[in-house]
Design a protein around this ligand. Structure first.
Ligand code: SAM
Ligand code: SF4
Length: 457
C-alpha cells in the first residue's frame, strides 16, 4: 500500500479539528496527504451522525469507494457514524479495513501499523469510557492565522435527542498546562486567533485543579501575541457569571457567546433533559446583556421535538424577541439511534416541523435586520480572510464573528490575509456588514449600545 492518504471530513468544528490532528498523526507516521482520492493509498472518511439519515449517506458514499477497491486502496471510516455503526460497517462494506470512533484516535499509530502488516477489520470502538484525551503536538492546521484547540472531549449530559454521548464517549478535560503550552506554541507559529473547542466547552474542569474555565479564558487571552480568543459550544447549565466578567476584563476575549437554548418552552426543555428552564436561561442572558461590552449572542434551536405544542413553539418565538440573537442555527428534530427520544413517537408531522422552521427563520431574520443596524457608523476591527481584487472587495470577520465585506480606498495597500484592519460600517444586512477600510491603526474597542432589557419570564 502506498503511504499516501486522502481525508474527507463532515460535521462540526470538533470533527474538522479532529481531522487536523489525524492528518498530523498520519504525517508523523510517514504518510503524505494528497488532494485527490485517486492518488491515495488510504482513504479516510471522518463522519458525522448528529442529524438526518447520516448513516445512510455514509453507506452511500462507501458504495462509491467500492469502485476503487480493485486499485489496491485501503479505507478507514472514523468519527461518529463509525462509533455508532461499529462492525456493521465491515458487514456492509467489507473492503473497509479500519472503523474507529474519536475516543480511540490516540491509538491510530497502532491501528496503522496493523493495517500495514496486512490486517483487516481493525477497530477502535471500545474507548468511550477512557479518561484520556487525544493530544498531539503534530496537528496540521489548515488555516495559518486562526486555529482550534480542543480542551474537552465527550459529553456527560445525555440530552434526550442527541447522539454525542454515545459516539464521543464520556466527558474528559485536558489540563490547563497542556492547553496553555499548545496555545503558546501556536503563537510562536504566528497564530493570533485561537478558538477553544468542546461539545460543552464551559463544562471544562482542570484535572490539575489550578484554573476555572473563566480563568483559563483569561490566561489564554493574556498570552502575548494573542489578539482573539473564542470558545464554543457553551452549555447553559455550566454558564457562570465569571465567564462574562472575564470577557469584560480581557480585551482579547471575543465579544461573542454561542449558548444554545434548543427551545423557549420549559416543558420541552424538561422533555429534552436539558435540566434548565426558560427563566434560568434568560437570567444568563441578562448577565450578558448587562456586560459593558456588546457581547453578541448566538444559539442553536430544535423545532418539532416530540410533544412540542403550538404554545410551546410560540414560547420559542417570543424568546427570540427577548434575547435578540445575532444568529440562530435552527434544525428540525430528527430521531437518532440509541437516544431516549427515539423511543418517543416522532409526533410532529414533517410539514409542521418545516412550517415551524420557516416561521422561526423568518422571525429571526427580521430581528437580525433590526439588530445588525446597531453597527451602522461604527468602526469595527476585522481579521482579513480573503480578497477579491477583481471586485476590489475583501472579506473579514469581526470579534463578534460577523462577516464584514469591505472596500479599500485606491491609495491603500492590499491587506494581507490574517492582518487586522479597522472598517467603518456603511451598510448593514441581516447576515453581514458592509463597510470601507479606515486609514490608520486600530484603537477601536466595541462599547455597548443601549439595548432593551430582557424580559425575565
Ligand atoms: N453541546 C451543545 C449543546 O448542548 O448545546 C450542542 C452540540 S450538538 C453537536 C449541535 C446541535 O445539533 C445542537 O445544539 C442541536 O441543536 C442540534 N441537534 C443535536 N441533535 C439533534 C437532533 N436529534 N435533531 C435535530 N437537531 C439536533
Ligand atoms: Fe448533545 Fe446535549 Fe451533550 Fe450538547 S449537551 S452534545 S446537545 S448531549
Amino acid at each position: 500500500m502506498s503511504k499516501t492518504f486522502y481525508i474527507e471530513t463532515f460535521g462540526c468544528q470538533m470533527n474538522a479539528h479532529d481531522s487536523e490532528k489525524v492528518i498530523g498523526t498520519l504525517e508523523h507516521e510517514g504518510y503524505t496527504q494528497v488532494s485527490d482520492e485517486t492518488e491515495a493509498g488510504l482513504i479516510l472518511y471522518n463522519t458525522c451522525s448528529i442529524r438526518d439519515k447520516a448513516e445512510q449517506k455514509v453507506f452511500h458514499r462507501l458504495n462509491e469507494y467500492k469502485r476503487m477497491q480493485g486499485e489496491g486502496k485501503k479505507f478507514a471510516v472514523i468519527g461518529c457514524v463509525a462509533q455508532q455503526e461499529g462492525e456493521r460497517i465491515f458487514d456492509r462494506a467489507p473492503y473497509v479495513s479500519i472503523v474507529a470512533g474519536s475516543a480511540s484516535y490516540r491509538n491510530l499509530p497502532t491501528m496503522l501499523a496493523r493495517l500495514e502488516a496486512g490486517e483487516s477489520r481493525i477497530t477502535g470502538l471500545d474507548d468511550r469510557q477512557t479518561d484520556q484525551t487525544f493530544d498531539t503536538e503534530f496537528t496540521v492546521r489548515s488555516n495559518p492565522h486562526r486555529g482550534y484547540i480542543t480542551i474537552i472531549e465527550g459529553c456527560d449530559k445525555f440530552c434526550a435527542y442527541c447522539v454525542v454521548p454515545y459516539t464521543r464517549g464520556k466527558e474528559r478535560s485536558r489540563t490547563s498546562a497542556s492547553v496553555l503550552v499548545e496555545a503558546g506554541r501556536m503563537v510562536e507559529q504566528g497564530y493570533t486567533d485561537i478558538q477553544l473547542l468542546g461539545q460543552n466547552v464551559n463544562s471544562w474542569r482542570d484535572p490539575s485543579g489550578k484554573l476555572s474555565f473563566a480563568e483559563l479564558l483569561s490566561a489564554v487571552g493574556t498570552i502575548p501575541g494573542i489578539k482573539r480568543v473564542r470558545f464554543t459550544t457553551s452549555h447553559p447549565r455550566d454558564f457562570t457569571r465569571d465567564i462574562v466578567e472575564a470577557i469584560d476584563s480581557t480585551p482579547a476575549l471575543c465579544d461573542h457567546v454561542h449558548l444554545p437554548v434548543q427551545s423557549g418552552s420549559s416543558s420541552v426543555l424538561r422533555a429534552m433533559s436539558r435540566e434548565y428552564t426558560r427563566d434560568w436561561y434568560l437570567e444568563r442572558m441578562s448577565w450578558i446583556h448587562a456586560a459593558s461590552r456588546d457581547i453578541s449572542i448566538t444559539s442553536d434551536m430544535i423545532v418539532g421535538f416530540p410533544g412540542e405544542t403550538d404554545a410551546d413553539f410560540e414560547e420559542t418565538i417570543t424568546l427570540l424577541g427577548a434575547v435578540r440573537y445575532d444568529a440562530v442555527f435552527a434544525f428540525k428534530f430528527s430521531p437518532r439511534p440509541n437516544t431516549p427520544a427515539v423511543h418517543i413517537a416522532d409526533s410532529i408531522p414533517d410539514e409542521v416541523k418545516t412550517e415551524r422552521l420557516r416561521i422561526l427563520n423568518d422571525r429571526q431574520r427580521e430581528i437580525q435586520r433590526e439588530h445588525y443596524a446597531r453597527h451602522l457608523g461604527q468602526t469595527v476591527e476585522v481579521m482579513v480572510e480573503s480578497f477579491n481584487p477583481a471586485r476590489g472587495q475583501a472579506v473579514g470577520r469581526s470579534t463578534q464573528n460577523k462577516t464584514v465585506n469591505f472596500t479599500l480606498a485606491d491609495s491603500m495597500p492590499m491587506p494581507t490575509i490574517g492582518s487586522y484592519l479597522p472598517i467603518r460600517i456603511t451598510r448593514t444586512m441581516p447576515n453581514c456588514l458592509i463597510g470601507e477600510a479606515v486609514a490608520g491603526s486600530v484603537s477601536f474597542q466595541a462599547t455597548r449600545q443601549p439595548q432593551p432589557f430582557v424580559v425575565l419570564n
